[in-house]
Design a protein. Structure first.
Length: 83
């Protein structure tokens, strides 16, 4: 079972199509997990929690090898990103 199918099976949100898509014009198939994040976020009832910004993994917005290779620098980068 794929991660997408598992997410749908959990029933935490409205099901999203569990197929992959092309990554822009490149020959790669990706999940496009933002669909699942949006579905899950719509199920959050706490307005304070729901208003928080979405954050993914650090390597989605940091591409510096020195930062990614250092726990202290990664933590610093994360702290700076979270309001």
């Amino acid at each position: 079972m794929s991660a997408a199918e598992h997410c749908n099976e959990l029933g935490l949100a409205a099901p999203a199509e569990a197929t992959t898509r092309r990554y822009h014009d490149r020959p790669f198939q990706v999940l496009d997990a933002s669909r699942f994040a949006a579905a899950l976020r719509s199920g959050i009832s706490d307005p304070n929690l729901r208003s928080r910004p979405l954050h993914g993994a650090i390597d989605q917005y940091v591409d510096n090898i020195e930062v990614l290779g250092s726990a202290a620098l990664r933590t610093d980068a994360l702290v700076r990103q979270i309001p």
